[in-house]
Design a protein around this ligand. Structure first.
Ligand SMILES: O=P(O)(O)OC[C@H]1O[C@H](O[C@H]2O[C@H](CO)[C@@H](O)[C@H](O)[C@H]2O)[C@H](O)[C@@H](O)[C@@H]1O
Length: 398
């Protein structure tokens, strides 16, 4: 997708200041246990202490900095200050809005089970889904994220896009790498057992992925959590490791992610090759970078990424919003801008009938068809840049 909004600040040279490969989404959380180093920042922001694994992951990614990322300054990139650039396109095109959940629609909280969606945001989503195609793309399991959001008319991609559901008449359901579920369950059980002794560590079952939380651990215990996760996953070569906000994420080791889920959804809805479609993806974390990247690498439907961050950040997103409150304000603004539109929301795509497994992207990623994987590798879109480390060294060019 090529971004069409032309007036944003020009790209600046990417540098070490942001949350680069394997980083924690730029969130400052005070947990700094284990080996770490303090890095100076070229943008003059305060020094940031990095976890040992952030430094390791960055070193692995050295020389392979993704060209599409740039240091985004929150003072000039806020989309609410740049609405003039978006108004025409939002009014005139068919709009698709895809949203991450934690940290985007809800503030980050210490207990993952209590990340409730504000009622006002829910109301805005209901209204927006009458005027745009709206979906949630989350690291949570499909059932969990549907349960939190409680808007049945939306599309949902759970487990980082591995488990997709839509409110279409012929109920849309597409699952990727379901053959990995037994391994994921075994890894979940192993980690639950091994992390029992570390206070504050928590294993969250997201079905197609396992999240290991360390937000509530003592800082000195965090490196031990990391070591346990790394050791346990060695027995599961089909599972890959990634990082998020105070969380280690484990999911099937195939080139599927939130970006692929977005493309699949647009293809399934017949919106991918349409010139009058404009997509907006909003997210706050490393896994959302996989979706932002799509807007740079694909030349089909047009769109933009918006990153939720209060700090300057190295990102593939074009614009920013400071927090979930600003996300709600932006979504409400979209509702206003789409006020004249009738039946272009989720109900307009309800009647789509499709063999979901036969979308172009699904065909490329059929089990046993290495063609899609190979093509993706050749395009250089994989590796660690999306906060993901693949188990297969050769695929990272190492
Ligand atoms: O893709 P997302 O919807 O952003 O999901 C990513 C992970 O989010 C959740 O963890 C994060 O939010 C929690 C609640 O605010 C917070 O306690 C935790 O520290 C964050 O990492 C969720 O619990 C994970 O399962 C998701 O993978």
């Amino acid at each position: 997708m090529a971004a069409v909004v032309a007036t944003a600040a020009s790209a600046t040279k990417a540098h070490n200041g942001g949350s680069g490969a394997g980083g924690q989404g730029g969130e400052s959380n005070g947990i700094t246990g284990g080996a770490h180093q303090s890095l100076s920042r070229e943008d003059g922001a305060p020094h940031k202490t990095k976890h040992c694994w952030e430094v390791e992951e960055e070193e692995k990614g050295e020389g392979r900095k993704p060209s599409h990322k740039r240091q985004l300054s929150v003072s000039s990139s806020n989309v609410l200050d740049n609405m003039g650039c978006l108004e025409d396109v939002v009014r005139s095109k068919r709009v698709v809005v895809l949203l991450d959940y934690d940290g985007t629609l809800t503030p980050i909280v210490s207990d993952p089970a209590k990340a409730w969606l504000p009622a006002q945001t829910r109301d805005i989503l209901v209204e927006l889904a009458e005027r745009c195609v709206v979906g949630i793309v989350s690291g949570r399991s499909l059932l969990k994220v549907k349960g939190f959001v409680q808007v049945p008319s939306l599309f949902y991609a759970g487990s980082h896009g591995f488990d997709i559901w839509g409110p279409t008449t012929e109920s849309m359901r597409y699952q990727v790498a379901a053959d990995q579920l037994p391994d994921l369950a075994r890894l979940r059980d192993t980690l639950t057992e091994q992390l029992r002794g570390i206070e504050g560590a928590a294993v969250e079952d997201n079905v197609f992925s396992v999240s290991v939380h360390y937000r509530n651990c003592a800082p000195d215990d965090v490196p031990a959590v990391y070591e346990i996760v790394q050791t346990a996953r060695q027995a599961f070569p089909s599972i890959r490791f990634g990082t998020g906000k105070c969380v280690f994420e484990l999911r099937p080791d195939i080139t599927w992610d939130k970006g692929k889920a977005m493309v699949w959804l647009l293809q399934a809805l017949g919106l991918w090759e349409e010139e009058d479609v404009f997509a907006i993806y909003i997210g706050d974390d490393t896994t959302d970078e996989d979706a932002f990247r799509i807007f740079h690498h694909e030349d089909r439907a047009e769109g933009i990424g918006i990153v939720v961050t209060a700090e300057n950040k190295l990102t593939g997103a074009k614009y920013s919003l400071r927090n979930p409150e600003e996300v709600a304000v932006f979504l409400a603004r979209l509702v206003e801008l789409r006020g004249h539109v009738q039946a272009e929301g989720n109900s307009s795509v309800k009647d789509i009938k499709m063999d979901w497994a036969r979308t172009p992207l699904a065909r490329a990623f059929e089990p046993g068809n290495p063609a899609g994987e190979k093509k993706e590798r050749e395009r250089g879109e994989n590796g660690v840049e999306g906060g993901v480390e693949r188990n297969h060294g050769e695929e990272q060019g190492r």
